[in-house]
Design a protein around this ligand. Structure first.
Ligand SMILES: [Fe+2]
Ligand SMILES: [Fe+2]
Length: 385
């Protein structure tokens, strides 16, 4: 909390509560091109298409609606958006968490006078079911050692990411709610909206896993995202840098590869779900970019070096290969994340970065590409079950 206050204290506090001053897409030093779909996403109606039908998303049947209606009482009793977030975070059952998340966002959207509220004591991590067992990344079974076929294995990994993403977005809402005056109502609206998208993604993954004869929790999963959530709980700028701009942007890189692998495996239905999710993730990265720029502007800091400093300080790893076009569409400038880009050239044409540093950056990038490619080929070699 202290570090977050230090960062926020340097804001020009006379201009903090007006949206007109908080949504600027420009940095102190340069204009910034945001995702062209951001306004449409922000103004889009509630999306109730939480079932994956024969050809894509559908409205739920009356039975599914009845099962989620049992949470109406809990959701209506919450006095604020931050309390709704805390309710989602304290729910351990994944499907209940997803239903409550959607009901919470629907209520927030339908009640104009519901306050954001303020929660000062939030558990450091959200409630989780007994399964999957959460383990360090290197202890998660590889596809080769997993009892699940490759398509179900990939879907389980994605379901885990989506469940974490629900909690990460609500944690951002509830955790930073005491800074409403600084961040403004729209910040909280955006992250509650992200949580709603993630809850829909989890439903699709969960449904498809069941169709394949499996369920979320069948294999251990990593605790990486929750660790990063805890690490950044004291600094809103770090939360934005590490979660939407590093972790969610990684989804933009991995999405098309995952779709290709699933097509290669012959599971077109799962590949369609993954394709749709990857497409919707652009909004989450774009929202992160917009708010990161806004926070940098309040701190009077240049976004690119601030982003680099934060990911170094918080130990977030930037790993390629990068999907540059998707990242550009989402509004992340290449010089923020790509070490091979953005080197400065002086007037005489000589490069300021030493040859040794350049070679080291190229070597690191090649190492990442080689390790990713060998991982991909070992996945692709796995026979279909
Ligand atoms: Fe998602
Ligand atoms: Fe997301």
């Amino acid at each position: 909390m202290v570090r977050m206050l230090i960062h926020l204290r340097s804001f020009p506090t006379t201009s903090l509560s007006s949206r007109s001053l908080t949504i600027s897409s420009s940095s102190p030093t340069q204009q910034h091109k945001l995702w062209s779909g951001l306004d449409n996403w922000r103004n889009s109606p509630i999306n109730d298409r939480r079932i994956w039908g024969p050809n894509g998303p559908l409205l739920p049947s009356s039975c599914d609606s009845i099962s989620s209606s049992s949470f109406h009482g809990l959701v209506s009793a919450a006095p604020s958006l931050a309390d709704l977030g805390a309710l989602v975070l304290s729910t351990s059952d994944p499907l209940s968490k997803s239903h409550i998340s959607h009901l919470a966002f629907s209520r927030w959207r339908s009640e104009n006078n519901l306050p954001v509220g303020s929660i000062s004591h939030l558990p450091s991590s959200p409630a989780r079911p007994p399964k999957p067992l959460l383990v360090p990344t290197n202890e998660v079974p590889s596809p080769k050692d997993s009892p699940l076929p490759l398509n179900a294995y990939m879907l389980h990994t994605l379901a885990h990411i989506e469940l974490n993403a629900i909690d990460l977005a609500w944690d951002t809402v509830a955790r930073f709610s005491p800074f409403f005056d600084v961040l403004g109502r729209e910040f909280f609206d955006d992250f509650a909206h992200v949580a709603d998208d993630e809850s829909r993604h989890f439903m699709w993954c969960s449904q498809r896993l069941a169709e394949l004869g499996f369920k979320y929790g069948d294999i251990p999963a990593n605790n990486l995202l929750m660790r990063e959530c805890e690490n950044t709980s004291n600094n809103v700028a770090a939360r934005l840098a590490v979660i939407p701009l590093v972790q969610e942007a990684r989804g933009l890189d991995a999405g098309p590869r995952l779709v290709k692998r699933l097509m290669g495996f012959g599971d077109h239905r799962t590949s369609k779900i993954v394709e749709k999710i990857a497409d919707e993730e652009i909004a989450h990265v774009a929202v992160g970019v917009d708010w990161f720029l806004s926070v940098c502007q309040k701190m009077n800091r240049a976004p690119c070096p601030t982003f680099k400093d934060l990911i170094k300080e918080y130990g977030a790893e930037l790993r390629g290969p990068f999907n540059h076009s998707a990242r550009e569409t989402a509004g992340i400038p290449r010089d923020w994340y790509d070490p091979s880009c953005g080197t400065q050239v002086d007037e005489g044409g000589s490069n300021k970065q030493s040859d040794k540093e350049q070679l080291s950056a190229v070597y690191d990038r090649l190492t990442h590409i080689i390790s990713m490619e060998s991982e991909n080929s070992s996945l692709e070699r796995r026979p279909a079950k």
